[in-house]
Structure formats: C-alpha cells, structure tokens
Design a protein around this ligand. Sequence first.
Ligand code: HSE
Length: 313
Amino acid sequence: MKVSVKVPATSANLGPGFDCLGLALPIYNTITIEETILPGTGVEINLMSAEEENIDEMIFDNIPKDENNIVYKAVELLYNSIGQEPSELKINIQSQIPITRGLGSSAAVIVGGLMAANKLLGSPADTTALLSIATEVEGHPDNVAPAILGGFVMSSQEDDGSIVYRKLDWPQEWDITVCIPDFELSTNIARSVLPSEVPMQDAIYNAKHLAMLIQAVNTKDEKLMKTALHDKLHQPYREKLVPGMREIMEAFKHEDGVLGCVLSGAGPSILIISHKYDLDKIKSTVQDIWEGQSFKADIRTLKIEPKGAEIVE
Ligand code: HSE
C-alpha cells in the first residue's frame, strides 16, 4: 500500500510570535510512503526536487537517507505510540519548498510522513496526536501546526507536553511577499545565537506586541499591525546571520501600505506584509539590496494557503 500527502510551506514567528505563530503558504512538498513487501530491505528514502533547476545537490547530499532522517523518526514515533515498529518503508519526498530558508521544509516532511504513515496504519492518531509527535521531532509547534491545519495558526506546547492551537482568520486583503535569498541558514545555527535568558523588558515588549498582532489580525487593523510586527526575542540576535536584513527592514519602515517586515521562521527569508502597496516596488527594493551584496533572490507575492496537509493518493 502507498499513500501520498501534499503539505504546504509555512512561515513561523511573524515577528513577536516567536515559536507560537505560523501561516501556511502555497508552495508544497509531497511525501509518499510505501510499505514494501520484501523483508530486510529496511528504510529507503529518496529526495527529489520538483523543479530541477532548484536542486541544491550539497543540501540534498547532507540530508540523512536512513533511520536518522526526521521523516523516519516521526514515523517511528507514530508506530511506537501504538506499540508497533515500522515495517520496511520506502519514503519519497518531492520537494518544492526551498530547504534551509525559513519556510518550514522540515515541518512539511515531518507532517507529510506522519499523515501518510497514519493512513497506512488505519488512522489511529487524530490531529492533536499528530501535532504532538510532529512537535516532538521539530522542537516547536509553530511550523507543524499550520502545515497540518493550513491558514494562520497560533500554537503552544504546554508544560505537560500537550499542544494548544487555534486557527485565526488572516485578512485576505493583506499581501504576503516572501523574499527568499540564495543563501541558506540552518535553524540550528539560527537558534544557537539566541540567549538562554532575555531582559524582562524585552519579554514584556514581545508580550505586548503579540497581543497587538492578534487583535490587529482579528479586526483587520492595519495601523495596529504596523506597530505590532516588532520583536526583541529573536530577530535582533539573528540579524548578524542574515545579510541585508536590517537594510530591507529599514527600507520599508516608513512606507504607508507596508504593515511590516519580519524574518520568516529562523530566516534567512524575509516576509513583507502589505496592503494596497506597489508589489513591484517591494520586489525591486529587496532585489537591489541583496544584489548589492552579491545575492540573488526569489521574490513571490502569495496568498495564504487555507488548506493544510492533505492525502492526495
Ligand atoms: N520558531 C522557530 C525559530 C521556527 O524561529 O527558531 C524555525 O523553524
């Protein structure tokens, strides 16, 4: 039996929502799991890029293709949760989501693997259980939650390990421009520069801005959103890892119609939220800044993906 799951990309944090906000985007990975009948073949993991020209061989080569692969780890946890061990599995990952760019490629493959394996097992796990396992593998729920649910999602892993999540309505008229540079930044490195403790004033700053952001989204309040999209818990520390980030943020700071400019997840991609603003101007400004530092960029204005992961075959 073979199951394929199509999973959207995600952008986590949105500035002040560090480790708890994320939204789904219409770029997809498809994960196919096949239970093979031949015993002793173990796990086989194949990675393919859907767009040949975007293959980055170096990155693909560095991804484990055995039991250390995060997809396999997630699948194994699911099997173990019902007292089983995975059988011989062939896992195919067809990837459109750029890797190590802050667009949830790891969350997508974890979620895809879990949903496919869950179907193969007769659907023993519900959404909350899948979210819980995905969070255990990923380390935080902010990408896996919108990858499973679609849309704009707040999520939290509570002290007892349980996951609390709610979907919020993203104002459709707000444009999301994703600026993806041609340099990579691994989440591990981007988390390693964060301090283990932060000043109380910075924690208060983020609590205030996250509260503003939720209210701004709920009431489509653009003025409030422009104030809300600021963060002191992760972006200031990551700035040194993302060339051009400060310049891009500065360029749009005082532009009416640009509600904010934030790191997508752990970066290095940058998300620009705007309303009735010249999207070509966003593109050319970002391109000029990165090109000035010898980087190329793939810049796309996208609608939020309302649907989460779905079984396609
Ligand atoms: N919230 C996470 C981070 C997202 O910023 O490190 C990265 O996957």
